[in-house]
Ligand binder design. Structure first.
Ligand code: F6R
Length: 615
């Protein structure tokens, strides 16, 4: 939700900030803006639309010179996306300028107070309130900018990652964070500020990730000082060496990030296995699990919390944990769980799944469960993210940066990690025989190759997409391990093509959704060879007698469904518990091709953002 970028140093700030905003556009893309200072003038340009619209506007509006600059790409919370509500926001005096990712929850009462004191507001945003609050504190208390920011933030309720500067003191930028990520890149006498490290990766490999409730005063030629916002104590910041490289955040010849990320799955899953799946030794090794084995083995139950696609991965995990490790599992939407006073005890293990590691609801659910004594295990993709840090222990998915807003490789690598955990626990509990365990390890090792094979259906999936791209509705059906995959397939189609789609357990169809079926309804049925294969065949027959169009996702070589369905897409055979890793692939490609054919913005679908840091 919103991306922020800043630069202070000896280079021209404009190209760094603009390029950085493009890399952060996955975080929000309904408006964008920039503020530059060239030693004399503060220049602000902002617009509704994308960073490319901002670039055009800058050409006619301001000069691009200046060694100090901040920029913002927005996902609207307070106030519709328009030019005025876009960031940066400037204080009433015209001296102070701010960019902000997050929400100031008590902005209305603060605004009323400021209006009483004569402040006026141009925008509907909470951010304009914050910059004027900082100005008011600075004037009344006669303090420097850093102190004013600190005092103001102590009056604020909400979440923020901010960067602020004063045009009268352009050698200094003040940044702060609570609940929204903020990284500071440390170069040779230059500093970069960003929501993640991608905007500055070609300039420096050294970065400080601010912790919640920390602020930093960054001074050109003088360095950086980090403090606690609450008690002003100095913090010795940890300078992290970044592992990210430029190639990982570029499209690498693909038309869209989503397509690149779909095709990266064999490698991503291999990376997830690395050092963990040791087939020759017949072991699974995961530090976070080994160190906390007792917690897992003594757990009354595992509660999985997540949102969206990550929640679907949690549903797959429920099947595999219960099936193999015989541990009761509950899967919860983080947003519901956190607000419904759930019964949590010290014997519960909570697994939080999140690609970004920043999802506000999931983070809040963790904090709540921790406060009630539960042990929290995080499954995140983004290293060092808030959820990863807040968890008692965890396992990274190692999928690499996922930039397309629709999650693909994050989903399959989450399932991979969760399957490894389930197997490891099953082995420790003795609920799986050693021969079955070995069979799983062998099969898992072959998954990347099989995903590669599933990707070979791409051209055929394009043909199917062409036939159904104009359908108004889609139904996705699956049973058992593939019921969550049906949900995920429907979500993918909805979010990038804006076609209405429902995912359902195949057997539930007759309790309602069957009424939707007519000759215009495409129904994607995951009908791979599995325990309930015969039952799925019956469901297919029921659809056929109501003239629905069947797109079957089938096991390679299956002729039964091939004869029944209108179209089939084959995936290689595997153990049922691992089949979601393969059946997901055609559904990702189907939604991708339909969205491209409908000329939708695949990587940045409307109204969405990659990292949902608001509740
Ligand atoms: C769908 C999608 C979202 C996310 C959800 C949770 O393609 O990407 O549904 O899965 O917003 O995000 P994370 O996993 O970052 O917590």
């Amino acid at each position: 939700m919103c991306g922020i970028v800043g630069y202070i140093g000896h280079r021209e700030a404009y190209p760094i900030v603009i390029e950085g905003l493009k890399r952060l556009e996955y975080r929000g893309y309904d408006s964008a803006g920039i503020a530059l200072f060239d030693g004399t003038d503060l220049k602000v340009s902002k617009t509704k639309g994308k960073v490319s619209d901002l670039e055009e506007r800058v050409e006619t509006q301001i000069s691009k010179s200046g060694n100090l600059g901040i920029g913002h790409t927005r996902w609207a919370t307070h106030g519709v996306p328009n030019d005025v509500n876009s960031h940066p926001h400037v204080s009433n005096s015209g001296d102070l300028v701010i960019i902000h990712n997050g929400i100031i929850e008590n902005y209305e009462s603060l605004k009323k107070e400021l209006i009483k004191r004569g402040y006026t507001f141009k925008s509907d945003t909470d951010t304009e309130v914050l910059i004027n609050l900082i100005e008011e504190v600075k004037t009344i208390e006669g303090v420097k900018l850093g102190k004013a920011v600190q005092i103001a933030l102590n009056q604020v309720v909400g979440a923020y990652a901010i960067a602020v500067f004063d045009k009268n003191k352009p050698e200094e930028v003040v940044v702060a964070r609570l609940g929204s990520p903020l990284a500071v890149g440390i170069g040779e006498d230059e500093f970069f500020i960003a929501s993640d490290a991608s905007p500055f990766i070609e300039y420096t490999k050294n970065a400080i990730y601010l912790e919640d409730e920390e602020m930093a005063i960054i001074r050109f030629h003088k360095g950086i000082k980090v403090r606690k916002i609450k008690d002003d104590s100095l913090v010795d910041p940890y300078i992290q060496e970044l592992q990210l490289n430029l190639e990982q955040i570029e499209k690498g010849g693909y038309e869209h990030f989503m397509l690149k990320e779909i095709h990266e799955q064999p490698k991503a899953i291999t990376d997830t296995f690395r050092g963990r799946l040791l087939r020759d030794e017949a072991i699974i090794k995961m530090g976070g699990i080994e160190d906390n084995m007792k917690k897992f083995l003594n757990a009354n139950r595992i509660i999985i919390v997540a949102c969206g696609t990550s929640w679907h991965a949690g549903l797959v995990a429920e099947y595999i944990f219960e099936d193999l490790a015989r541990i009761p599992v509950e899967v919860e939407y983080a947003s519901e769980f956190r607000y419904r006073n759930p019964v949590i005890t010290e014997n519960d293990v909570l697994i939080a799944i999140s690609q970004s590691g920043e999802t506000a609801d999931t983070l809040a659910a963790i904090k709540m469960a921790k406060s009630k004594g539960a042990f929290v295990f995080g499954v995140c993709n983004v290293v060092g993210s808030s959820i990863a840090r807040e968890s008692d222990a965890g396992a990274y998915t190692h999928a690499g940066p996922e930039i397309g807003v629709a999650s693909t490789k994050a989903f399959t690598t989450q399932i991979t990690v969760l399957s490894l955990i389930a197997l490891r626990l099953a082995r420790a509990k003795g609920t799986i025989s050693s021969s079955d365990f070995r069979r799983y390890l062998l099969e898992m090792e072959m998954i990347p190759e099989k995903v590669e094979k599933a990707l070979e259906s791409d051209a055929h999936i394009q043909e199917v997409s062409e036939i159904y791209k104009d359908a108004a509705n889609f139904l996705y059906l699956g049973r058992g391990y593939n019921f969550p995959v049906a949900l995920e397939g429907a979500l993918k189609l909805k979010e990038i093509s804006y076609i209405h789609a429902e995912g359902y357990p195949a057997a539930e169809m007759k309790h309602g959704p069957i009424a939707l079926i007519d000759e215009n309804m495409p129904i994607v049925v995951i009908a791979t060879k599995a325990e309930h294969y015969d039952k799925v065949i019956s469901n297919i027959q029921e659809i056929k007698s109501r003239k629905g169009k069947i797109i079957g996702v089938i096991t390679e070589g299956d002729t039964i469904v091939r004869d029944l369905a209108d179209h089939v897409i084959e995936v290689p055979d595997t153990i049922e518990a691992l089949s979601p890793l393969l059946t997901t692939i055609p559904l990702q490609l189907l939604s991708y091709h339909i969205a491209v054919m409908l000329d939708k913005n695949v990587d940045q679908p409307r109204n969405l953002a990659k990292s949902v840091t608001v509740e």
